[in-house]
Design a protein around this ligand. Sequence first.
Ligand SMILES: NC(=O)c1ccc[n+]([C@@H]2O[C@H](COP(=O)([O-])OP(=O)(O)OC[C@H]3O[C@@H](n4cnc5c(N)ncnc54)[C@H](OP(=O)(O)O)[C@@H]3O)[C@@H](O)[C@H]2O)c1
Length: 340
Amino acid sequence: METLRIALLGAGTVGSGFVKLLDEQRDRFRKLGLEPALTGILVRDPRKARPAWVPEGLLTTDINRVFEEADVVVELMGGTGKAGKLVLDALGEGLPVVTANKALLAERWDLLKAHAMEGLLYYEASVMAGTPVIEPLSGALRGNRTLELHGILNGSTSYVISRMEDGLGFSEALEEAQSKGFVEEDPFLDIGGIDAAHKLTVLARLAVDPDYDWENVRDNTRGIQGLNREQVFAAEARGMRIRLVASLTPGDDGWRAQVRPVMLPATHPLVLAAQTRNALLYRGDAVGEVLISGGGAGSAVTASAVVGDLLRMLEGYPGHPPLPAAVPAPEYKPEHMEEI
Ligand SMILES: NC(=O)c1ccc[n+]([C@@H]2O[C@H](COP(=O)([O-])OP(=O)(O)OC[C@H]3O[C@@H](n4cnc5c(N)ncnc54)[C@H](OP(=O)(O)O)[C@@H]3O)[C@@H](O)[C@H]2O)c1
């Protein structure tokens, strides 16, 4: 049996979950004639406490050791700086890369796109974690003209708002989310809508325009930091719920991507589907309405997509290609959502 040598970058929430799941799914790789083996695991601090199943002897700060003789790179570090350099180095060497890093995909696309076109970049885990949205948008849904899509793509903001519905003020709800580890180290990434904006940018390039501009999405992004309890209660009194929604809709000037808090009926499919999860509502001219929902974060949920991408690669499927060319925005009146 041949060995599949995997260079792993990062052993945090997702990286450690990946190490565990890879071991649990070892038989799936063996059935393909390959024994998976980690060449090394790049971390900042090898002495940090980690789950027992993460092999201490593989933890290192030496990237040369990790990259040596690797067949594939799994990037679960996050960020756009060092992770960006390492991913580009690997792709430049012709190595396939599996990544969960939506910030990198959104912000460094000018350098990554050619490699994605070549099929070297696998990134199902980057949006809605293990709940599949990248694959449908780079495959089955391409048979449609996209009319619009709307997503609740960030669970932390839904958590904060739902705690405000329970009566907490914004700061109290945020502090609670932070204490439970539901919010990124820099809370602005979640609360300010940046994480959802990164994900929407990735989706826009799959659905409507391979060059959809990150800055354009960022400039049309507003988070929930201005929200207060009175607004949440007033919405409830009208049978509505406030949620941070990422939308891609056609307009007179082309496709518009925006992230902002909106008021939706409590019975709206997105509200119902995303009560504790993430959800994407897609409308296409032929397929009609498609609703995808499921876990959007967490160690095992995210690792599931990373292992899935690796298996997909071994079965001979290329990574996820963006749309080959931009499609014009159709003449279509998108769903109205009342902004807060
Ligand atoms: N957490 C989720 O639920 C989730 C869901 C979907 C996608 N993602 C994405 O998955 C990626 C990883 O997220 P995470 O939550 O696992 O992050 P995390 O817990 O902060 O883990 C990051 C890991 O990368 C290592 N690392 C970071 N910067 C480094 C550097 N400059 N040099 C060497 N090692 C470095 C860290 O080392 P140390 O351990 O030594 O600090 C740590 O092991 C991110 O792109 C994130 O957006 C996360």
